[in-house]
Design a protein around this ligand. Structure first.
Ligand SMILES: NC(=O)c1ccc[n+]([C@@H]2O[C@H](COP(=O)([O-])OP(=O)(O)OC[C@H]3O[C@@H](n4cnc5c(N)ncnc54)[C@H](O)[C@@H]3O)[C@@H](O)[C@H]2O)c1
Length: 272
């Protein structure tokens, strides 16, 4: 008899980019739900701080220095998580971001965009998610079960102005989500699901320079974002957590290859 089950307690989650704003919050909130969380980040200090706080509050967490662009580093991290917790149920590919040098501005036009910065954005967002899924996904394939969550973006559906590298990269992340879901099911197990959330606009490190002026007031772009968000506000990092928990739970057992907008309605509204 099927019963709808949102409970993910007892599961083990490996979360990349967990020293950051969104995935640090995801780690904290999942730990409160009884998930054992491994916080993987290039900057150990940030991940360690959050892991220590989780443990101090009675949760179970470890931090592991990990570079999502380095296979050996990912393999070492995966082995460390398995050594500690015995399995991995959930992989969250949270490492990602943008940088000003890969963004059109009054100082940089498209024709002179720094190609190295462009490649950096593709590497971090796309190669990072793909390589991490290679390393951790092999374990899920052997186990025959698991959930992978990618972090897409509003720019996965339609490009946003100026952020040419980020838009292409996040479109690729959404495409990879669909591809990987199919690949796992057709070749390894239909108990492995791959989904993504597409966060709407949050005020965080990666986009503060685009959305707010130094005095804290909204830039022209910030005003337009708020005007096109039916709910009329930015999202909070904690609002990303519920949809991720849902996607990882049995309640979403037939949700696969989906890119779920978590955006206050931004992607539903053309602005007219
Ligand atoms: N902030 C937003 O508004 C927003 C919107 C849509 C999507 N996203 C996406 O959500 C994810 C998290 O964003 P955030 O705002 O929390 O960013 P953040 O910068 O706060 O966190 C990103 C984390 O990734 C880590 N990282 C960078 N390079 C790494 C590497 N090579 N290996 C391992 N870790 C590495 C950083 O140290 C950082 O802790 C990203 O994929 C981002 O693109 C963010």
């Amino acid at each position: 008899m099927y019963s709808v089950n949102f409970d993910i307690s007892g599961q083990v989650a490996a979360i990349t980019g967990a020293g950051g704003v969104i995935c640090g919050t995801v780690a904290r909130e999942m730990a409160k739900k009884g998930v054992k969380v491994a916080l993987l980040d290039l900057f150990l200090e940030n991940a360690q701080k959050i892991a220590d706080e989780i443990v101090a509050e009675g949760g179970d967490a470890i931090a592991v220095k990990t570079d999502v662009l380095d296979r050996a580093s990912l393999e070492a991290a995966r082995d460390k998580v398995v050594e500690k917790y015995g399995k991995i149920d959930i992989l969250i590919n949270g490492a990602g971001g943008n940088k000003p040098q890969a963004t059109i501005s009054k100082d940089i036009d498209f024709f002179h965009l720094d190609l190295n910065a462009f490649k950096w954005v593709f590497d971090l967002n796309v190669t990072g998610a793909v390589l991490t899924t290679m390393v951790f996904g092999e374990l899920l394939a052997k186990q025959g079960y698991g959930n992978v969550i990618n972090i897409a973006s509003m720019s996965s559906y339609h490009p946003l102005t100026n952020t040419v590298a980020y838009c292409g990269a996040k479109a690729a992340v959404a495409n990879f989500t669909e591809w990987m879901a199919t690949h796992f099911n057709q070749n390894y197990s239909n108990s492995i699901r791959v989904n993504a959330i597409a966060p709407g606009f949050l005020l965080t490190n990666q986009n503060r320079f685009l959305l707010t002026k130094e005095d804290g007031s909204a830039t022209d772009r910030g005003q337009r974002v708020l005007a096109k968000t039916p709910m009329g506000r930015y999202g909070e990092p904690v609002e990303m957590v519920g949809p991720i928990i849902f996607l990882c739970s049995e309640a979403a057992s037939f949700v696969n290859g989906a890119v779920l907008p978590v955006d206050g309605g931004f992607s539903s509204y053309w602005g007219v």
